[in-house]
Design a protein around this ligand. Sequence first.
Ligand code: AMP
Length: 116
Amino acid sequence: MSDTIFHKIIRREIPAELVYEDEHLVAFRDIAPQAPVHVLFVPKSDFATLNDVPEEQAVVIGRLATAAARYAKAQGFAEDGYRIVMNCNGDGGQTVFQVHLHLLAGAPLGRFGTPA
Ligand code: AMP
């Protein structure tokens, strides 16, 4: 297994504010939140970026998205809305090389996609 900070969180070697865990994934609060709600959904299987996920493993990504939607419903903000984001490599702004999904919510979010 790779050894990013997220792998260390999964192995409980460093602390994180976990909000969900099952056999496939963990979800925990982002340490530098970009919205009132900012939770990261991280698979327990090892993929550095979205580019590394083969078609036959698409369920790994699907589970992150459906877990985020379930969390939004359980927390009561699904109807107000939210955004899910997956950054990939340098231009995408990825900094931790274990694939993960950002869930952002809790306020109207600004537009996105403009060059930095
Ligand atoms: P990305 O830039 O898409 O790779 O996202 C990585 C995210 O991980 C950033 O939003 C960081 O704030 C967040 N992050 C880094 N270290 C930690 C940590 N120890 N606990 C929680 N979130 C973290």
